[in-house]
Design a protein around this ligand. Sequence first.
Ligand SMILES: [Zn+2]
Ligand SMILES: [Zn+2]
Ligand SMILES: [Zn+2]
Length: 323
Amino acid sequence: MAKRASSEAQESVHVEDIVLLLLKERVEQDLVPTIVPGSGVYYVVAGFHIPAERLLRGSQKGFFEVKRHLSFPSCGTCRSTSLILEILCPSCKTSDLTRIDLVVHYECGYMGSVEEFSTKSYGVVERCPKCGKTLKRVGIDYGRPGVGFRCQNCREIFQYPLVNVRCDGNHQTTLDKVNLERYPVLSLSRESWRVSRFVDMLQIIENELRKSLDLDVSILEMVRGRSGVPHLIHMLIRSSDKDVALMVLDEQTELTEAMNVVSKNIDLGIHFIVLMDERKAEELSRLLNPQYFTVIPVNFQNVDEIRYKLVESVYSIVAARGV
Ligand SMILES: [Zn+2]
Ligand SMILES: [Zn+2]
Ligand SMILES: [Zn+2]
């Protein structure tokens, strides 16, 4: 029997539900990985933060296609992307620093904050606090190199602090030794997008099958085949002994898509019900061996007819299997 790829433990939001939401809302957005500081890489989809590892898990990947990649810095030791930036004193390596406006007295070499050089009015350089000389001309007597830092621990004054990253495993990495992790920017795959044409109908018949036949039914499932490849199934109907897959081949279905359904069937080895546009039935149903496929020709404008025919067909298949 085909193994349900989605039965792995999932903490909160199901990726299938997210995909369904995107299809229903017809949201054609790229799923862009982002760093949540101190926490790692996430995809923000429809307002939900989904850890990248969960979205990129083998079977879930089938819903998406890769558009491009983004790289994020990671720990030089353990490759964690959960990093915080540390600005440290180069002398004593502590982080209690304040920003100061630097002044340097060229003659004696003393460097300090502008406040130390001002005696009377705030911000005007007058006298060197170290040698006591009067300072008049900027660029000649003294310089203003800009912003610097003072360590409140060891009182050292410096222009360039030590910049490190620290990971959630407490490893420290200097900036020149950080690693990079590549994550894909994703969009829904063409095969997923196809479902947006009939996602409303799928939800109606899902409810009908639950209500009328009390079956365990779910829309959009990635089911792993014997080859290990995950296949997108439009609806999975679970009965106690066997699963049944439902696929929709509407009026826009091309021959290659029908062939794709055949290869899914071979790899999954479960019975398929195919809701097929009645105008396509003659052309496409020849591809589908009745031993493995129950083809139901329908008019997709008539949802009531679909409900009726489907319930009847599912009942006969499930009943024939002794449930
Ligand atoms: Zn680390
Ligand atoms: Zn220090
Ligand atoms: Zn001086």
